[in-house]
Structures are given as C-alpha cells and as structure tokens.
Write a protein that binds this ligand. Structure first.
Ligand code: PGA
Length: 270
C-alpha cells in the first residue's frame, strides 16, 4: 500500500518581499503550529534565499522561484541549482504560470529546467496551469495533458516532485474555483499520471492547488480527495498563512463535527 501523501503548503512570496518583510513573515512562520503530517515550503526571491534560510527553522523548506537548465556559464541574470543549494536551500519552483505567461517559458524549456534541477538533486514544485480561455473552450484536459507530458519526460524521481495546478482564472480575479471544479481537475491530473506513468506515482505524488487559496476556502479545499495541499500567493504574505498551514486538521475536525452532528440527527430521528 502507498503511504499517505504529506499535506504540503508552498507559500510563494513571488517578487513581494524585502528583508524586513521576510523578518515579519518568518516570525509568523516560526511561531505557527505546523502539524507533523504537513510540509511547509516558502518560495523566496533568489537574492534572499540565504537570508530566508537563516530566518526560518530547518523544518520549513526554502525554494527558489526559478533556475536555469545549465550548471554554469554565460547566462546573465540566471541562477543554477548549485547556487540554490549553496544558499542552503533544496527546493525550486519551476514552470510557474507567471514564468509561462509573462516570460514566455515554453514546455520544452521548463522540461529542460526540470531535468537539470532534478539531476542536480533539488526537490521540485512543478507547475501546470489553465487559462480562462482553456476552461471556457473545454480544453482543460488537453492543455494539462500536454504540460504533464513534457514534465513527465523530464522527471526520473517522482518522489522529489510536487505537482502544482493553478487555475489562472481563479487567481486574484475575484472569481473562485468551486470545490467540484478543483477536485475534477486534480483528479484529471492524477488520472493522467496513472495512465501515463504508473499507479504508484499516481497514488504517491502530491498534487497541490493554486488559485486564491486563503483562510476562507482552505478547509473546504483540503477535504478534497485529490488535493494534497496548496501553492499560495497573496495569502502567503499575510498572517492568513497560519490557518492555511492547519487546513488539513481544521477540515478533518469539521468533517468529524459534521459526522457527529449527522449521527445525533439520526439518533434524534429514531
Ligand atoms: P494566489 O497565487 O494564491 O495569489 O492566487 C498563487 C500563485 O500564483 O502561486
């Protein structure tokens, strides 16, 4: 039997933190309750990787938000997996939708980066996404399959990869994906892994959801069968993150209360 998947929350600070912000966020994270079945990683700007690593406890991972596909060379502005490791960090986020959309990173380049980062020994948050047009035109399955295919061709050790799916149309747009939409899409990705990689990989790979996850919707989303955590942007910059880290436990206690209430109703009805 496959071991339960560790609930994973990746707080992506994007290009929003100076040292003083990292100090504040680190003090929030340092005192937050983190349950043993929850893994926490922050996505940090590359110039502050080492600084963030020093501020945070070793139990919280620090990820770069990108890296290049080569070990070293004349690639101005890029950083390598070895540099990330030299700053004491062991994670990288690759293929983030903002890299795909704003910086025109294509599947091929992302695949090359994933292959190199994995060979170098980094753990990877590998992102896939859909746009509003993809969803409106019924292309979700097709676009995710294409992105997954390119990622899968570059991954040799799935145990060191977390797949993040972002519904771009639900990220800071004022529109939220419904739990049913999230579950359906995450199940699609897991099924893709089952059909194209293996049952083991499908059962063991963590699939995390992104799209305006906050303390308001995290408990409901954490209950979904194919959601193993979250990639959090805006809410990762606020004290809100503390509740998101507890989403699995909160959702379990709500489910438990609901079961008890239902049982009591049954007893009342008898
Ligand atoms: P959001 O960002 O939580 O603000 O939607 C998620 C992400 O893009 O990583």
């Amino acid at each position: 039997m496959t071991a339960p998947r560790t609930f994973t929350v990746v707080g992506n600070w994007k290009m929003n933190t100076l040292k003083e912000d990292i100090d504040k966020l680190s003090s929030i994270l340092n005192t937050a309750t983190i349950f043993p079945n929850t893994e926490v990683v922050v996505g940090c700007p590359s110039c502050y990787l080492e600084y963030a690593r020093q501020q945070l406890p070793p139990t919280i991972g620090v990820a770069a938000q990108n890296c290049f596909k080569e070990a070293k060379g004349n690639f101005s502005g890029e950083i390598s997996p070895a540099m990330i490791q030299d700053c004491g960090c062991e994670w990288v986020i690759l293929g983030h939708p903002e890299r795909r959309m704003l910086f025109q990173e294509c599947d091929e380049l992302i695949g090359q980066k994933v292959a190199h980062a994995q060979k170098a020994g980094l753990k990877i948050v590998a992102c896939v996404c859909e746009t509003k047009a993809d969803r409106d035109e019924g292309l979700t399955q097709q676009v995710l399959a294409a992105q997954m295919e390119s990622l899968a061709a570059s991954i040799s050790d799935w145990s060191r990869v977390v797949v993040a799916f972002e519904a771009l149309w639900a990220s800071n747009t004022g529109v939220l994906a419904t739990p049913a939409q999230v579950q359906e899409t995450m199940a699609m990705i897991r099924e893709w892994l089952r059909q194209n990689v293996s049952n083991d990989v499908a059962d063991s790979t963590r699939l995390i959801y992104a799209g305006s996850v906050s303390s308001g919707n995290c408990e409901e989303l954490a209950r979904l069968r194919d959601v193993d955590g979250f990639l959090v942007g805006s809410a990762a910059l606020k004290p809100d993150i503390v509740n998101i880290l507890k989403a699995l436990q909160l959702s379990a206690s709500i489910a438990c209360t609901a079961r008890i209430t239902a049982t009591l109703h049954c007893i009342d009805d008898e």
